[in-house]
Write a protein of this length. Structure first.
Ligand SMILES: [Zn+2]
Length: 369
């Protein structure tokens, strides 16, 4: 990854973009997407960058640019803010954190308050923290003072910017899944040089964290036949994850992007990705996904009359915490793998599951005889 790409990634990760409030992230992504033939934003807020729009097949590369966050729901008489979660939080990571409230006038700094340990009774020390028991202190003297600075419905994120960790790792909040939206655009950038026969659309989708919503509207609008979702997945390379290997397999940082296999994945598209990785000597890992994945790939596969979908994941430690960690090598390899695989698609590529080159009706007739 060169300096300019890293700078874009860090700028992108530095934005505040909880579900429903992705405009800051979209602006950075679209500015970077100026190399594309065309860029636009739809009514839902999904951001698009297109290459070779008249090509065939139509391919959607999607990563969701929203992150989990909080939302101001109530201001106390003393000027403290109560919040509700946007997406799935482990509330244990919140107490003592600095936060930014994104207001119409800019960022307001705050801190997530909780009773000091000295004042907690034994019961409270043992009990799991609930978001409704926490508050945000923005230093306001009164309710009126607080409401001069923030409004009900303002989004909140943890005040953490991206940082490097070791030689190859990146540490940031909201890596899930701006890293996916980053990979989608980097794959498009690589594809520009590879002159694809396919029409390729990189999409930074919205509102995945609250129920996979932006992938639905963007896929419907684009009507592609092939789609690759890029998201993050758990690793089993940290202490305490030994038992998770039974379910998640052996997934480590730095050992390559993870290709999901299962009903949510078109088998031929999966084979194409594996074959491309082998030919290009790109490292990869495989995860079993025996049902619908909790990613944009699910909404994409069920779009209109169906889409041949794949899921490429970036291994991610400490998901949904302020310190999500990924390997930059995995990120670069994911973009490379996707670009090289998409470059192999053309108008004659048959992704209908089953015997090659056969429409389902013809295959069924032949099966009878
Ligand atoms: Zn997530």
């Amino acid at each position: 990854m060169d300096k300019a790409q890293r700078a874009f990634l860090e700028r992108f990760l530095g934005t505040i973009s909880p579900s429903g409030f992705e405009t800051e992230a979209a602006a950075v992504w679209l500015e970077e997407a100026r190399f594309a033939d065309r860029t636009w934003v739809d009514l839902h807020g999904n951001a698009f960058a297109a290459l070779n729009e008249r090509g065939s097949p139509r391919v959607m590369l999607a990563g969701h640019m929203d992150e989990i966050g909080l939302m101001v729901s109530h201001v106390t008489d003393g000027g403290y803010l109560h919040v509700r979660p946007i997406g799935g939080w482990d509330a244990q990571v919140l107490p003592g954190q600095r936060v930014w409230v994104r207001t119409k006038k800019g960022r307001v700094l705050g801190v997530v308050g909780r009773k000091p340990v000295h004042l907690l009774d034994d019961e409270a020390k043992r009990t799991v923290v609930k978001i409704e028991d926490l508050w945000i202190d923005i230093g306001a003297g009164s309710k009126a003072d607080a409401l001069r600075q923030v409004e009900i419905g303002d989004p909140v994120v943890l005040a953490q910017g991206p940082e490097r960790l070791g030689d190859d790792l990146l540490l940031a909040r909201g890596v899930d899944d701006r890293i996916g939206a980053f990979v989608a655009l980097e794959a498009l950038r690589l594809l520009k040089k590879l002159k694809p026969k396919a029409a390729v659309f990189a999409v930074a989708t919205v509102q995945e964290e609250i129920g996979i919503r932006g992938a639905r509207t963007s896929a419907y609008g684009l009507d592609p036949t092939v789609g690759i979702a890029i998201d993050v997945c758990h690793t089993t390379d940290t202490p305490g994850t030994e038992g998770e290997k039974k379910k998640l397999g052996e997934i480590s940082l730095g050992k390559g992007p993870v290709l999901a296999r299962g009903p949510n994945i078109n088998p031929k598209l999966f084979d194409l990705l594996v074959d491309t990785a082998k030919k290009g000597k790109i490292p990869y890992q495989i995860e079993a996904a025996p049902g619908a994945t909790g990613t944009d790939a699910n909404a994409m596969q069920l779009n209109r009359a169906g889409m041949a979908t794949a899921l490429v994941s970036i291994p991610n430690r400490y998901m949904h915490s302020p310190c999500e960690v990924v390997s930059l090598r995995d990120v670069a390899n994911a973009a490379k793998l996707i670009a090289q695989a998409v470059a192999r698609l053309d108008g004659t590529t048959d992704l209908v599951p089953g015997e090659r080159g056969m429409a389902p009706r013809k295959a069924a007739r032949r099966a009878k005889t």
